[in-house]
Design a protein around this ligand. Sequence first.
Ligand code: FAD
Ligand code: NAP
Length: 572
Amino acid sequence: MTRLTAGDPGSGSGAWPRPGQGAGTDGGGRWGPTRRSCPVAEPGCGPSRGPRMLNVPSQAFPAPGSQQRVASQGRSKVPLKQGRSLMDWIRLTKSGKDLTGLKGQLIEVTEEELKKHNKKDDCWICIRGFVYNVSPYMEYHPGGEDELMRAAGTDGTDLFNEVHRWVNYESMLKECLVGRMAVKPAVPKDCQEGKRVLNGMLPKSQVTDILPREGPSSPSYDWFQTESAVTIVIYTKQKNINLDSVIVDLQDDSLRAEAVIKDHSYLIHIGLSHEVQENFSVRVIENVGKIEIVLQKKENVSWKYLGDPLEKHNSFIPKKDTGLHYRQCQLIAKEDVTHDTRLFCLKLPPSTHLQVPVGQHVYLKLSVTGAEIVKPYTPVSDSLLSDFKEPALSPNKYIYFLIKIYPAGLFTPELDRLQIGDLISVSGPEGNFKVSKLQEVEDLFLLAAGTGFTPMVTVLNYALAHVSSLRKVKLMFFNKTEDDIIWRCQLEKLASKDKRFHVEFVLSAPSPEWNGKQGHVSRALLSEFLQRSLENSRVFLCICGPTPFTEEGIRLLHDLNFSDDEIHGFTA
Ligand code: FAD
Ligand code: NAP
């Protein structure tokens, strides 16, 4: 396994792959990182070494930062009883116990039948057409029993989508599966009939039943061909479309293209009629909102039709209803950043076009003791000191993550065990941060705690490179100790390189030698820190960290008279 530490020989600079570059190889041609070292040897720049206390699990369970607690704002979080963690649930599902009471038999469930199972000890819920007996899961549900009971005996799909559509319930609840709903959910007519699409323009009557009643107007598509290429054109009818609005995957000659338009997705999903090469290109013509996907034919023959429609083809639906689509990415490098945080570099398949918008996150999926576990992570750039002039929309071949490994965590120890070359599933992007929020901002304040620093990385890079009105960016970075500060050296270097940027570290458990700021997020710390560069300057604030930190920070910002429009809190 490639894990480089401060003393590794061969330390060089800038050998990690950047967008548009190849990955570094070692002498033997294996993929792996060449360590990027801080150009100046300063204390705290490299990974910490020597014995020290690793992040001790908190008394409360699930721990404050645990995904077993993390929830969208306003949702209640309840302490789970001893022995009711996610790992305990996985163990129960593997025990062979009959969790449905149906001895493994699957049944068709009518609406009348579903309604009858509406009590805690007999609770059935329908999610996306499948019915689960969730009674055995009640005590393990991180959101609490009452939250689950809200959907008892009903179709809970909307509620589920609203709260945590990314949770891999199919895997988590597979032993609770009772069966299918007797009435099938509506599917697009072109899929039902297995109809061939002769050109992309389906008659309007065939798509209206899957179009949203409100929201942006529906895109359409068409296709044309030359001797060697097939071009699919999506007419989004929107002007603010760019390359990170399009996600394209080509897998075994089936093409899935998703155009994200506000909070809706337009999907093209086709089993292509002929073979194509795995490399394709995506172009966006912004002023007319047109997306072109250019596929290279394997054989120079004329295609009579584009292909057969697959699930949700030519549909325009709220993004939350599309389901997460995963592709397998390869771990190509891993580097220690602090004693418990690593920089992971994943390589996207060549047959994928995916660029994660600034401040958004994706989901990583791994199998942990046989169950699929999904957790959100926020991609970062490979370094804070990348050349700002690099085009923001250059093709992204690599995704970088700064991830803290929790020794007692469910997901991160498994992630840490991955070897260079191993594959991991990565979803499309999610999140409600929009770079348009930074338009015309003069003072940008970033408040981060621990790995809550990750969304700040791309926000900071974007603001310094693209927001011409920007006068000042200030980061207040809360950590326990000096050893926990991610990219301290880079942050300090950036501050000396770009006079608009200032960084302030606050430690909650500093060593006696620390002479910087101490404590937790507080009114006193914030009011001193949040000084505008001009009396009425246009200001924007971002905050991210453990949920209670973010909630407390937002409360304090309101107290200090910042409005909701001026604050973005990163939450699940
Ligand atoms: P968990 O199992 O969730 O455990 C977390 C903590 O709880 C650990 O301290 C663990 O020791 C403790 N714990 C677990 N079980 C017990 C128990 N039985 N008793 C007491 N304590 C226990 N993280 C990053 O590092 N980088 C990112 O870029 C990032 N982006 C994110 C983006 C979003 C939108 C969100 C919501 C979260 C993000 N996170 C990120 C956090 C990440 O999703 C995970 O929550 C985190 O990696 C922990 O996962 P885990 O399964 O390893 O730990
Ligand atoms: P950590 O090291 O445990 O904590 C970082 C700092 O925050 C410490 O100084 C800590 O003080 C302080 N802190 C913790 N809880 C606090 C609270 N309730 N009020 C005030 N200060 C508090 O952090 P971490 O383990 O890296 O966790 C980072 C968190 O960020 C995770 O929960 C993760 O899910 C979240 N995150 C969210 C996103 C997103 O986009 N939503 C992205 C990345 C990360 P103490 O010494 O007192 O603990």
